[in-house]
Design a protein around this ligand. Structure first.
Ligand code: PCA
Length: 196
């Protein structure tokens, strides 16, 4: 059996819960296709998230990695196409606010996802779930996690990032974001995993 590492994040900024955490908890220790899923939650902190990703890759030696993040305000499931070597954004959960910093000093400008992102989007839309490829993962902690994954794995395994919309519960607490049911979010990510 192959091992798929699926990561999510804890709450951050004005988002009082993170639906990726629930998706990861629902999938942890389940089997989808050829893959046994190991779910882990990452901190929304630039330095600690990078350290966690490196540690998880070394400890788990996964055959594939899908990192999940909340994109509060997006309407669709959006597999990310590219991660860039930039950290620039709002305060993370440790109080760090980087401006125009590199993630890896002298590292590649960017890395393309090695997940089957087109197949994922096709599979989702055929099943009735709104989805499209996103051409920017931003410059916050999600982009850092995707960049670090791809920098470390160097194309040896399928790895990449998928942003998901808010859940209804989060939308109620936040007040100004589009939302999906938590169950649909989980089912949609299961379909993405099946495309592996
Ligand atoms: N989304 C943020 C960080 C954590 C999360 O779930 C992002 O898009 O960078």
């Amino acid at each position: 059996m192959k091992k798929l590492l699926v990561t999510g994040f804890c709450p951050f900024l004005q988002f009082t819960l993170n639906p990726t955490e629930e998706v990861v908890n629902a999938l942890h220790n389940t089997v989808i296709g050829d893959y046994e899923i190991i779910g882990k939650i990452l901190p929304v902190e630039f330095a600690a998230a990078q350290k966690s990703v490196r540690q998880l890759l070394a400890e788990e030696q996964p055959d594939a990695v899908i990192a999940l993040g909340l994109a509060g305000g997006r309407f669709k499931i959006t597999p990310e196409r590219i991660a860039i070597n930039v950290m620039d954004g709002a305060k993370d959960n440790a109080g760090h606010t980087p401006t125009d910093e590199e993630i890896v000093e002298g590292g590649n400008d960017g890395y393309f996802s090695t997940l089957p992102i087109r197949n994922m989007v096709n599979r989702l839309t055929e099943a009735g779930y709104p989805a499209e490829i996103s051409n920017t993962a931003g410059t916050y902690v999600c982009n850092l996690v995707m960049y670090t994954l791809l920098h470390e794995t160097k194309g040896t395994i399928p790895a990449g990032f998928i942003h998901i919309p808010a859940s209804h519960q989060l939308a109620i607490e936040h007040g100004k974001v589009a939302s999906w049911s938590q169950q649909d979010l989980t089912e949609a990510i299961k379909l993405c995993i099946e495309t592996l």
